[in-house]
Design a protein around this ligand. Structure first.
Ligand SMILES: [Mg+2]
Length: 365
């Protein structure tokens, strides 16, 4: 098989409800999507949202990387193209992952074969700010089957704690709480937050309290925390996982396909986390169905804790002709089902597109 054509899209998928993380509010998700076609008619899709601050990459730099890599890949063997791209993951994790994941789907990576129907428990985010609305939201999520809730923090310690207490009192005994500060705490903030969460029941973990490069503060928080700490923004490489494993109090590592560098490297990183005695959490909350489906495939057999590949459930429109189904708080992965992209939805949400084929030079829209 040779790579026959690559189409790159920048898309904009508006969210049903704004999604607030410590330093940003998402109103839409705007990933790069790659469509790769093989010489035998095979098709593969990949995507990644580049969020500056989450990755060291810039949106424009990632788009340029994908354009150059796509142009260079036309007419080549996908296995050779994959080898070249995987060597560039350290420099361009999200951008390279977009094309790597598409090529891995094109070449039918084993981890993407769904031979038996599987249900993957999903985490659900709590959006509401007003206490009464928050109680209603928490009750509604639990009643519809979600058993793990995400509590964003890192905004204002006092308000973060008030919100945590409302959620914990409402959910009591019925759901695990995963708190994510998205790097939003100073060490002093984190100490005050920890003081306020002591005794709060059902907390599964505290995710990324301090800055991605501030290993010293994150290590200190982990050391004194009454709940396990998970690192997310700090973790890109296997060396980062090793470093985290050396710190007392770090119990979990959060991975996403877009920072691991596609399916194969994600599988290796998950195995590496287990080998270091830590537990993985997997999934991108700001990914569409393309990325969430691939992460859900990889989750099977490698992860036990609730998946965070729920970005697709936040968008108003869906990219799959048969949208992914969430049933009783779990993502239903049907045996034998291969995703098909709804071209009308893709085109309606595309803001820029580049096409590469052997016969024609790049076309821009
Ligand atoms: Mg996170």
């Amino acid at each position: 098989m040779k790579i026959d054509s690559i189409h790159l899209y920048r898309i904009s998928m508006p969210l049903e409800t704004p999604y607030a993380v410590s330093r940003k509010v998402f109103h839409e998700i705007t990933p790069v999507v790659a469509e790769v076609r093989g010489s035998g008619g095979e098709l593969g899709w990949g995507e990644a949202l580049i969020t500056p601050g989450y990755t060291h990459e810039s949106v424009e730099g990632g788009w340029d990387f994908c354009k150059h890599a796509a142009s260079a890949s036309i007419g080549t063997d996908p296995v050779a193209a994959l080898a070249i791209l995987r060597r560039q993951v350290d420099m361009h994790p999200c951008a390279a992952s977009t094309l790597i994941a598409a090529l891995e789907m094109l070449t039918a990576h084993d981890a993407l074969r769904v031979m038996e129907t599987t249900r993957i428990p999903l985490l659900a985010p709590c959006h509401a700010k007003d206490p009464e609305a928050l109680k209603d939201e928490v009750n509604g999520l639990i009643e519809s089957g979600f058993a793990t809730l995400k509590v964003k923090a890192g905004f204002d310690v006092g308000k973060d704690l008030a919100r945590l207490h409302t959620i914990a009192e409402t959910a009591r005994g019925r759901a695990a709480l995963r708190i994510d500060a998205n790097c939003g705490f100073s060490l002093d903030d984190a100490r005050r937050y920890l003081d306020g969460l002591r005794g709060v029941p059902d907390i599964e973990l505290l995710e990324q309290p301090c800055g991605s490069q501030d290993w010293e503060s994150n290590a200190e928080v982990a050391r004194i925390s009454p709940v396990p700490v998970m690192l997310d923004e700090s973790i890109y490489s296997l060396a980062d996982i090793d470093r985290a494993a050396s710190l007392p109090g770090i119990g979990f590592i959060k991975l996403k396909m877009k920072k691991a560098g596609g399916v194969e490297r994600l599988c290796q990183a998950l195995d590496h986390i287990h080998a270091r005695g830590l537990l993985p959490v997997l999934g991108d909350g700001v990914s569409t169905e393309i990325g969430c489906w691939a992460e859900a495939c990889v989750w099977r057999g490698r992860v036990r804790h609730a998946g965070e590949m729920n970005g697709f459930a936040k968008t108003r429109a869906r990219l799959f002709e048969d949208p992914l189904i969430v049933e009783h708080g779990s993502l239903l992965m049907d045996a034998g089902r291969t995703p098909v992209i709804d071209r009308a939805v893709l085109n309606a949400h595309s803001v820029e597109r580049e096409s590469y084929t052997p016969a024609r030079s790049c076309q821009t829209r």
